[in-house]
Design a protein around this ligand. Structure first.
Ligand code: NAG
Ligand code: NAG
Ligand code: NAG
Length: 449
C-alpha cells in the first residue's frame, strides 16, 4: 500500500507537469483543486438579515435579490459569503453576482416556486439561435449568472430544489410556451466552484456552464426521477478548463454531456468546448452516462473521462453528432469504466439529435477523430457497441482497448455493429466489427494508448 501511495504521487506529479491541468492531494489522488482557487470571505451575511423566512411557504425573492444587490454594490474586499441557514427558502429565480459565495448550511433548502406565471424570460443563446426545446427566448435559470467571475456555490450539502414536476408536466402536456429553465446556469463567466451541494428535481438541465472557463464541480449530488424529461446532470457547453469529479448523478437524461452549440448558429458562433476532465462519477440514467453532444457545432476537443461507474443506464458512453452540426470532435479519452445493466455499452453516432430549424446546412458534416476508449468492464450489457459514422465523413482513429462487455448470465449480447469508421481494437470482447479488428495489426491508432 505504501509503495502504491508513492507511485500514485509520482504518476500524479508527472501528469501535472505534462498537462498542467491536474493537482494532487496528499495521498496522490489527482483532483480538480487548484484550477480555481478556493477563496475565503471574511464578509458574511445571512439571508435572514434580509427578512427571509425558511418556512417553505413565504416567498423570499426580495430577500435573495436584496442580499445579492448588497454584495454587488458594497463590493467588500475579498467578496461576500451569503449564508443560507437550515430551513426551506421558497423563492423565484434570482441572479448571482461576482465575488460571492452562496453557502448552504446543512439542512438548508433553496426551493424554486412552482408558480411559473411570472418566470422571467431571457434571450436565446447565440450558439443555439433559439430555445433548445421551443422557438424564441427561454425561461431564465432558477439560479442564474451572466458575465461573472469568482463565484462559489458550496456549503454542507444543503439542497437546491427546482420542484420541476410542474415544468415536466407542461412538457408532457405540450403546453410549454418557451424552453424550460435550467436549475443553475452560468454564462460568460470564469472562476466558478460548485461543491458540496445537492441538486434536486431540476425543471430542465441541472448545471449549465456556457461560454465559461475555469469551472470546478465536485462533491455534488444530482437527483431527478428517471422519468423526468431532459434533466441532464452537468452540461459544459462552449466552455474550457472544466473539471468535474467525485459526484453522484442520477437523472432522467444524460448524466454529463459536453456540448458546443447547435447547427448553423453554433457554427457561426464558433465557441468550442476544450480541456474538460471528468472523473470519479457514479450514477444511473435512462439515456447516457458520459456523453459528448449531440450539439457540438463549435467543436469539442481534449476531453478526459475516467473512473466512471454506471448502473441501470441506457448507453454507457455516447459520442453523438449529426449532419448540419459541423464541428470537430477530437481527442476524446474515456477510461476505467465499470457498467452494469446497460442497454448499450458504447455508442458513437453521426445521426443523433434534432435541428433548430430548416435552415441547417446538410453539407456541414461533423468530424470525429482520435477517440480512445479503454479499460471498460461491463456486465448485463444488452449490446456491446454501435458505431455509425457518416459516409462522407467517416469517423477515423477510433481506438478501443481492453474492453469487456458481457451479456446477462448465460446469454450472449447483441454483437457490435459499425459503419463508416476506421480505427483499431486490442483486447475487446465481444469482438468488435471488422473495420476495427482488421486494422488492429497496423497500429492505426496514431496516439498510443
Ligand atoms: C438577471 O439576469 C438576466 C440575464 O442577464 C437579466 O435579463 C435580468 O434582468 C436580471 N434580473 C434581475 C432581477 O436582476
Ligand atoms: C457532502 O457530500 C460529499 C459528497 O457526497 C461528501 O464527500 C461530504 O463528506 C459531505 N459533507 C458533509 C459536510 O456532509
Ligand atoms: C488530448 O487530450 C488530453 C486531455 O484528455 C490532453 O492532456 C492532451 O494534451 C491532448 N493531446 C493533444 C495532442 O492535444
Amino acid at each position: 500500500m505504501k509503495n502504491r501511495g508513492v507511485w500514485n504521487l509520482v504518476t500524479c506529479f508527472t501528469v501535472t507537469l505534462v498537462f498542467m491541468q491536474c493537482y494532487c492531494s496528499a495521498d496522490g489522488v489527482v483532483t480538480c483543486s487548484g484550477i480555481v482557487p478556493m477563496v475565503y470571505r471574511s464578509d458574511k451575511i445571512s439571508i435572514t438579515d434580509f427578512g427571509a423566512v425558511g418556512d417553505g411557504k413565504t416567498l423570499n425573492t426580495k430577500a435573495f435579490r436584496e442580499a445579492i444587490y448588497r454584495i454587488e454594490h458594497l463590493k467588500r474586499r475579498g467578496g461576500t459569503l451569503l449564508y443560507i441557514p437550515p430551513g426551506d427558502y421558497l423563492t423565484e429565480s434570482f441572479n448571482l453576482t461576482s465575488r460571492m459565495t452562496l453557502y448552504l448550511a446543512k439542512g438548508a433548502v433553496i426551493k424554486a416556486t412552482q408558480d411559473t406565471s411570472n418566470w422571467p424570460l431571457i434571450a436565446p443563446l447565440p450558439s443555439y439561435g433559439r430555445g433548445r426545446e421551443r422557438p424564441g427566448g427561454r425561461y431564465m435559470s432558477f439560479i442564474h449568472g451572466d458575465g461573472l467571475h469568482d463565484v462559489i456555490i458550496t456549503g454542507e450539502n444543503g439542497t437546491i430544489d427546482g420542484q420541476g414536476d410542474v415544468w415536466w408536466n407542461m412538457w408532457r402536456q405540450r403546453t410549454l410556451q418557451f424552453t424550460r429553465p435550467n436549475l443553475v446556469e452560468l454564462k460568460d463567466s470564469r472562476g466558478i466552484i460548485i461543491s458540496n451541494v445537492i441538486f434536486k428535481n431540476s425543471p430542465f438541465w441541472n448545471i449549465h456552464p456556457v461560454y465559461c472557463s475555469n469551472v470546478v464541480i465536485r462533491y455534488v449530488t444530482i437527483l431527478a426521477p428517471p422519468s423526468s424529461p431532459n434533466t441532464d446532470g452537468i452540461d459544459p457547453d462552449s466552455s474550457t478548463h472544466v473539471c468535474i469529479e467525485d459526484s453522484y448523478i442520477s437523472t432522467g437524461d444524460d448524466l454529463i454531456a459536453v456540448k458546443s452549440g447547435w447547427d448553423e448558429y453554433g457554427i457561426a458562433y464558433g465557441r468550442p468546448s476544450n480541456d474538460i476532465t471528468i472523473r470519479r462519477i457514479t450514477g444511473s440514467s435512462p439515456f447516457a452516462g458520459i456523453a459528448v453532444g449531440s450539439e457540438t457545432s463549435g467543436g469539442v476537443t481534449n476531453i478526459l473521462a475516467e473512473h466512471i461507474t454506471l448502473t441501470n443506464t441506457g448507453i454507457g458512453i455516447h459520442l453523438k453528432t449529426n449532419i448540419g452540426r459541423g464541428g470537430i470532435i477530437r481527442n476524446i479519452t474515456v477510461s476505467d469504466v465499470f457498467m452494469e445493466n446497460v442497454r448499450k455499452g458504447i455508442k458513437i453516432s453521426g445521426d443523433v439529435g434534432d435541428h433548430p430549424d430548416e435552415n441547417y446546412n446538410p453539407n456541414a458534416l461533423p468530424v470525429m477523430k482520435h477517440v480512445r476508449i479503454k479499460n471498460v468492464w461491463g456486465e448485463k450489457v444488452q449490446q456491446a457497441g454501435l458505431i455509425k459514422g457518416l459516409k462522407n465523413s467517416p469517423f477515423t482513429d477510433i481506438c478501443l482497448a481492453n474492453i469487456h462487455l458481457m451479456g446477462s448470465s448465460g446469454s450472449r449480447n447483441v454483437p457490435w455493429t459499425c459503419s463508416d469508421v476506421r480505427g483499431g481494437a486490442v483486447q475487446v470482447s465481444p469482438s468488435p466489427c471488422s473495420e476495427l479488428i482488421s486494422q488492429s495489426q497496423t497500429s492505426v491508432c496514431s496516439i498510443p494508448f
